[in-house]
Design a protein around this ligand. Structure first.
Ligand code: BTN
Length: 259
């Protein structure tokens, strides 16, 4: 596999995109690529700017969780300036882009789990976080944060072994982060431009979710609900059918599959 050290030039050089990754800010260590991306976006960074770190000292996940970010993985954030109508679709486009690029580069067959996890063989290999700054009807910026367990040695992190995996663990060999990042950026751009051209990503995202049709437990905030994950709405929310026949729309939460 190709060498595995990152640099801005190794990503941007002859990258087959118009927008995404034409400018890359890379530092070996950052607090969080989300934090640096937010500062860049507020300082008018051009759309498509990508922030990449080898390691994050304060990587963050959904619901204010810590995101483990040791070296050898991918931690990046992409700055976009979408219309407000396209904002709910960014998570769908990002999850599909991650799944497509992992499959293209490794041959593994990723699955999507609502709301924003990418799994390999039933275990989490990637988490996605979207943060945005919105005025009444306009989006100042949106940031897609993507963390992929690429060359993570799971023996070093036994606490995540039951729920997480890495690409190298599944393949039995290291994966080139440069190759995977380049493929990912091309795929994010393809889906983002498709969205802007009026092509829907919703159907492919919905049909890729392993969550649907399953008996699930959904924890959101202080509440836990159980039922069948019947479908997802176009705004990305989960439609949960309760044993009494009622239907709840859930905007965010953690899903545990019950069967
Ligand atoms: C989750 O599953 O909770 C989402 C995890 C998102 C992690 C990525 S790593 C790159 C970017 N920087 C961060 O601090 N978080 C996101």
């Amino acid at each position: 596999m190709a060498e595995n050290s990152l640099s801005a030039a190794s990503i941007t050089s002859d990258l087959n995109t118009r927008l995404i990754g034409q400018r890359v800010v890379y530092h070996p260590v950052m607090t969080s690529t989300m934090e640096v991306a937010r500062q860049e976006a507020q300082n008018d960074a051009e759309e498509g700017t990508v922030i990449i770190a080898d390691e994050q000292t304060a990587g963050r996940g959904r619901l204010k969780r810590v995101w483990l970010s040791p070296g050898g993985n991918i931690a990046l954030s992409v700055i976009l300036r979408p219309s407000i109508a396209h904002l709910p679709y960014l998570i769908m486009a990002a999850a599909l882009a991650v799944a497509h690029s992992i499959e293209a580069i490794t041959g593994l067959k990723p699955q999507l789990k609502w709301p924003n996890d990418v799994l390999v063989k039933g275990k989490k290999v990637c988490g996605i976080l979207i943060e945005s700054q919105v005025q009444t009807n306009t989006v100042d910026y949106a940031i897609i944060g993507i963390g992929i367990n690429v060359n993570l040695r799971l023996d070093d992190f036994p606490e995540i072994l039951p729920i997480a995996t890495s690409l190298s663990h599944e393949l039995g060999k290291e994966v080139s982060r440069v190759t995977l990042i380049r493929s990912l950026l091309v795929e994010i751009e393809r889906l983002y431009l498709a969205l802007q051209a009026g092509v829907s990503v919703y159907e492919e995202w919905r049909d890729s979710l392993i969550t649907l049709g399953k008996q699930v437990r959904v924890a959101s905030g202080e509440t836990t609900q159980e039922g069948i994950a019947e479908s997802v709405a176009r705004d990305g929310s989960l439609l949960l059918r309760h044993p009494d026949g009622s239907l709840t729309r859930i905007l965010s939460g953690d899903v545990t599959l019950r069967d």
